[in-house]
Design a protein around this ligand. Sequence first.
Ligand SMILES: *Cc1c(COP(=O)(O)O)cnc(C)c1O
Length: 398
Amino acid sequence: MREYFKTQPDEHGNFGQYGGSFLPPAIQAEMEKITDAYYSISKSHEFISELRSIRKHFQGRPTPVYFARRLSDEYGGRIYLKREDLNHTGAHKLNHCMGEALLAKYLGKKKLIAETGAGQHGVALATAAAYFGLECEIHMGEVDIQKEHPNVVRMEILGAKVVPVSRGLKTLKEAVDSAFEAYMVDPLSSIYCIGSVVGPHPFPMMVREFQRVVGIEAKEQFFEMTGEQPDNVVACVGGGSNAMGIFSAYIEDEDVQLYGVEPMGRGIKTGENAATITYGKPGMIHGFKCLLLQDDKGEPSPVYSIASGLDYPGVGPEHSMLHDIKRVHYTSVTDDEAVDSFYELSKKEGIIPALESAHAVAYACKLARENPRQSILVNLSGRGDKDIDFIYDKYGAR
Ligand SMILES: *Cc1c(COP(=O)(O)O)cnc(C)c1O
């Protein structure tokens, strides 16, 4: 694992057999321009100091690491939370959106284009666009627009244009297709901002680099609090950006066990889940290779999770590789287990987590019970305000 970041990905964006970039030639040329610009701009003093200042003064970083005493008392072990729910806009996504938008500014772009599922990436990107005075166009399936009304309103108030997508299942995958087409019409003055460590090179690498701040802070904070490294680090995996953010700080320290938690949805038997690494096979989606939930023809399967931010049939190419080389353990948690943890963290610690993050908390509690002498650092990727209406309608206050 030495020199990990110098060798992963390789110069073509491959993480082992995964990753790469499989695009029509015109767009490929644009991607290469973005890659070159990223390599030079991201190392400039000006870019680095501007991003640092944004993180401190606008985003409110560093976010704290918090020892969850009552949760630890309940399960044994020592459970710590990296509080990305306290990052501006309430999740880790703003970390890469501010980086992508800053890069867009340096490239002289006028418009940010993206898709959104639950609306979390859309809100974070609309926030970044407002900060930099850029236009913003967010493509969103009509089904999701119905379901996630508060986030649609947030994006519009922030000045973004929300484009409804009415084809196919009218959800995330169609929104990606639609956003990509819009980008192809005008690749010179716009930039496509991907919402996780997925998509064609350079996005999986770039988004990881922008998320590394989470791990860098957490490692220092955890050491300051305890005088040691955590035994275990746990994060939920949708596309995999919050997980790469925290894992990256420990990936070269092989004594630290890393756990990626996938959504098992309604359970193995129902087939209604989005446990991509657990059940997927190598395949291709949206211009890159990864482990993929797919049908006999290699078409992405429909997927489901109670946490909208986790239901993508693909996963980051880096996670696909980390699974194959067994550096990260991938495991899963059902909807019901995540909902239990949602309430438990709220009532025991006074923190309402995002349903996505509740998957990581649920697994951390299991791990704590099995390993009462060990410490566990959980990436609490976001806050649950977006989920409270849905949860309350379905389960009440409990
Ligand atoms: C979007 C989202 C996720 C899933 O995305 P990753 O790229 O896997 O991190 C997880 N947690 C929250 C709060 C989200 O908004």
